[in-house]
Ligand binder design. Structure first.
Ligand SMILES: [Zn+2]
Length: 341
C-alpha cells in the first residue's frame, strides 16, 4: 500500500484577504477538520516550514518579494483588485511554498510515496513580478524548480486542473523544455490566457498544452480529455515527477466556476495521474491545493483525491461515460499538438 502524506497547518488560517473574499480562511478550516478525521487512517501529517527567500527567488524578483514583505506593515494591502494581503500574509505565503517543498522532500527521499499540500493562498496566477488572482507566490513553479535543482529532476509534468488558467505557471516555463505545463480550464475566462495555440516558445515550444473548455463540462468530459489528451501526452513525455495544481473550482457547486465536475470526477482524474506516476515517475506525484470556493464541495472533493492516493489510484472511482460534445475540441487540441507529440 502507498504511504501518502498531507501537509496542513493552522497557520494557513492567518492570511486574511478580508470579509466576503472567496479565498477565505474557512477553506483551510474545513480541511483541518478533514485532516483530523484522516489522522487515524494512516496518512502521515507533515508540518510545513517557511520557504527561504532564495527559494522564492527562483521564480520571483527581489523587488516583488520585498513588496509582499512590506505589506506586513499594514492591515490590508491590495496587490490588485482581488489579491489582498493582511499583516500575516507574507509569512503565510512563505509557509505555503515551504509546505509544498517539505512534501517534495519527503517524496524524494522515499519517506512518502505521494502527498497533498493543503495550503493557501493559492499560487498558479502569480507572475515573476506580480501577484494576482488571489495568488502571492507561485508554489507549483517554485516546486518544479526545487526538484530540478535539489534532486536533479529532468522532466517535470505540471498538470493544472483548476477552472482558471495558470498563467503564472505557464509563463515561468514557456521557454523551458524541462517542464511540461498542461492546463484544462474554462475559456474564455479569468485570467484570459490559455488559448489552444499557446504552446510554448523557443526551447519550450511544444511543452505547453492548453485545453480551453466551454462552460458546462462535467465528469464525462473531463474523463474523456484525461484519457485522450492528458494520459497519451503524459505517457509520451515520461515525466520523472508529476506536480498537480489541484483546484476544485470546476466543481458543479463552485460559485466562481461554470463547470459540472463532481467528487467522483476529481477522484478519477487523480487516479489517472497516480497511474501515470506509477508507470513513469516511480510513483512520485504531489498534489497542491489551488482554488475551490464551495466549502462542502472542497472538503468532499479533497477527501476523494486522498482516498485515491491511499489506494494508489486503484480505488473505486468510476466517472460517468459520455462527454462526446467536447470531442471536436479534443481533436483540435491534438491537431495543434501533433507536431510535438
Ligand atoms: Zn481557480
Amino acid at each position: 500500500m502507498p504511504r501518502p502524506g498531507v501537509v496542513i497547518d493552522r497557520d494557513y488560517l492567518k492570511h486574511d484577504p478580508g470579509p466576503f473574499h472567496p479565498e477565505r480562511p474557512e477553506r483551510l478550516k474545513i480541511l483541518l477538520d478533514l485532516a483530523g478525521e484522516l489522522d487515524i487512517e494512516g496518512f502521515q501529517l507533515l508540518p510545513p516550514r517557511p520557504a527561504a527567500r532564495e527559494e522564492i527567488e527562483t521564480c520571483h524578483s527581489s523587488d516583488y518579494i520585498a513588496l509582499v514583505q512590506a505589506t506586513s506593515k499594514v492591515n490590508r494591502y491590495a496587490l490588485d483588485g482581488d489579491t489582498v494581503t493582511s499583516r500575516d500574509s507574507f509569512g503565510v505565503g512563505l509557509l505555503a511554498v515551504g509546505g509544498f517543498l517539505r512534501l517534495l522532500d519527503a517524496i524524494a527521499c522515499g519517506d512518502l510515496d505521494n502527498g497533498f499540500a493543503l495550503v493557501r493562498p493559492p499560487g498558479h496566477h502569480a507572475l515573476k513580478d506580480r501577484g494576482m488572482g488571489f495568488c502571492l507566490f507561485n508554489t507549483a513553479a517554485i516546486g518544479a524548480r526545487y526538484v530540478k535543482r535539489r534532486y536533479g529532476a529532468k522532466k517535470i509534468f505540471i498538470i493544472d486542473w483548476d477552472v482558471h488558467h495558470g498563467n503564472g505557471t505557464q509563463a515561468a516555463f514557456y521557454h523551458d523544455s524541462s517542464v511540461l505545463y498542461m492546463s484544462t480550464h474554462q475559456y474564455p475566462y479569468y485570467p484570459g490566457t490559455g488559448a489552444i495555440d499557446e504552446v510554448g516558445e523557443g526551447a519550450g515550444e511544444g511543452f505547453t498544452v492548453n485545453v480551453p473548455l466551454p462552460p458546462g463540462c462535467g465528469d464525462g468530459e473531463y474523463l474523456r480529455l484525461f484519457k485522450e489528451i492528458v494520459l497519451p501526452i503524459g505517457s509520451k513525455y515520461r515525466p520523472d515527477w508529476i506536480l498537480v495544481s489541484a483546484g476544485f473550482d470546476p466543481h458543479q457547486r463552485d460559485p466562481l466556476g461554470g463547470m459540472n465536475v463532481t467528487e467522483r470526477g476529481f477522484a478519477t482524474m487523480a487516479a489517472t495521474l497516480l497511474e501515470l506516476a506509477a508507470e513513469h515517475a516511480s510513483g512520485k506525484i504531489a498534489f497542491l491545493l489551488e482554488g475551490g470556493y464551495d466549502l462542502a464541495a472542497l472538503k468532499s472533493s479533497v477527501a476523494g483525491v486522498l482516498e485515491q492516493m491511499r489506494a494508489g489510484g486503484n480505488g473505486d472511482a468510476p466517472a460517468d461515460d459520455g462527454g462526446e460534445f467536447i470531442e471536436p475540441l479534443i481533436r483540435k487540441v491534438l491537431r495543434v499538438q501533433e507536431p510535438y507529440w
